[in-house]
Design a protein around this ligand. Structure first.
Ligand SMILES: [Zn+2]
Length: 84
């Protein structure tokens, strides 16, 4: 007997692929300003990474530049069909 067991379909993987097709990934960076100690989130820019020093970036809170660091980079999936 060398009969291959019949594998069940994998709907979970199909769902994930469909999700990737349909959803838009948005990436954000969390910035901390050492000047005013505030944190804020802005859209990810090319070259961003955690703990990167942002020497040319203005703080959204106190408008001073050169004292900010990225504390976190995160992403979320947005369903374009739910946005109007
Ligand atoms: Zn600031």
């Amino acid at each position: 007997m060398s009969e291959e067991p019949e594998l069940p379909p994998l709907p979970a993987i199909g769902d994930i692929l469909d999700r990737k097709d349909r959803f838009i990934q948005k990436v954000y960076s969390v910035i901390k300003c050492r000047n005013c100690q505030k944190k804020y989130t802005r859209e990810f820019k090319k070259g961003d990474f955690t703990f990167k020093e942002l020497e040319d970036e203005k703080c959204l809170e106190c408008q001073k530049s050169g004292n900010s660091v990225i504390t976190e980079v995160y992403s979320e999936w947005i369903d374009p069909r739910k946005q109007k």
